[in-house]
Design a protein around this ligand. Structure first.
Ligand SMILES: Nc1ncnc2c1ncn2[C@@H]1O[C@H](COP(=O)(O)OP(=O)(O)OP(=O)(O)O)[C@@H](O)[C@H]1O
Ligand SMILES: [Mg+2]
Length: 248
């Protein structure tokens, strides 16, 4: 059984939505230079679904998913992540909650340049105190799942942009996070690799107690979404549900 196929365990099955945002705003800066990046967001991310977040550059997508993943505080509003009220998660508790439950693929991959691909993928396991050898083995399995099994010992500088992006995706999956948040995961990929990655993310989402949210500009991958949230100028403009997803 590969790392991806492991079933959800009964102990961590959660009912309800994976993420609930109500009246979420985010302002950067102050006074005359204030930027109102989010202007009152109400959105739900459901378990068992792949949610796509789309909209023009600068409309607030990265800001919103950073709040959803607990990397950024909202200015106002309520956020519930995996049944936890965001206000109750601060300091070390928030760091631990994120490490155990949330995977994040950054828009700029953020790989550690001095580590090999496999070591980069193993980082989330190593920081949780797991042993090196099984962590690296699991990391190689994940690299295999994204089509990079033969590049486990390459340094990031020896990989193309798309390959680095796939390493970052493997790293986000290695922990089997209940909530996976990806910022433009297919931006540097050709059509075939992009569809492979989206298929992989959708398999993760279909596990009953997991949820995946993907920011994308890439209309080649819209088909993979169960729900498409369109943003414009800091607001949610519309939500399209797609019960007849062809990949179901
Ligand atoms: N740290 C920051 N300080 C000041 N302004 C910021 C900061 N981060 C984001 N912004 C501003 O907030 C707005 C939303 O930015 P965000 O990065 O969320 O957009 P985006 O939808 O992800 O865009 P893109 O598609 O180009 O990645 C933009 O006007 C941006 O300039
Ligand atoms: Mg962005």
């Amino acid at each position: 059984m590969s790392a991806l196929d492991q079933p959800a365990t009964a102990s961590n099955v959660v009912t309800g939505s994976a993420v609930v945002c109500r009246g979420v705003t985010k302002e950067f800066g102050s006074g005359d230079s204030v930027v109102r990046a989010l202007r009152g967001i109400d959105v739900d991310v459901e378990f068992g679904e792949l949610t796509l977040l789309v909209g023009p550059s600068g409309c607030g997508k990265t800001t919103l998913i950073s709040i959803i993943a607990g990397l950024l505080d909202p200015t106002e509003g309520e956020v519930e992540m995996l049944g936890q009220d965001r206000r109750n998660l601060t300091g070390r508790k928030l760091v631990q909650f994120r490490a155990e439950n949330i995977g994040f693929v950054f828009q700029q991959y953020n790989l550690l340049p001095s580590l090999t691909a496999a070591e980069n993928v193993a980082v989330p396991l190593l920081v949780r105190g797991q042993e090196r050898l099984p962590s690296i083995q699991k990391a190689v399995e994940m690299l295999d799942a994204v089509g990079l099994g033969d590049r486990a010992n390459s340094m990031p500088s020896q990989l193309s942009g798309g390959q680095q992006q796939r390493v970052a995706i493997a790293r986000s999956l290695v922990n089997q996070p209940r909530l996976l948040v990806c910022d433009e995961p297919t931006a540097a990929l050709d059509a075939k690799s992009g569809r492979n990655v989206m298929g992989l993310l959708r398999d993760v989402a279909l596990s009953s107690n997991r949820a995946v949210i993907v920011v994308t500009h890439d209309n080649r991958v819209y088909d993979f979404g169960d729900r498409i949230v369109s943003m414009s100028d800091g607001r949610v403009e519309c939500v399209e549900e797609r019960p007849s997803n062809p990949h179901s």
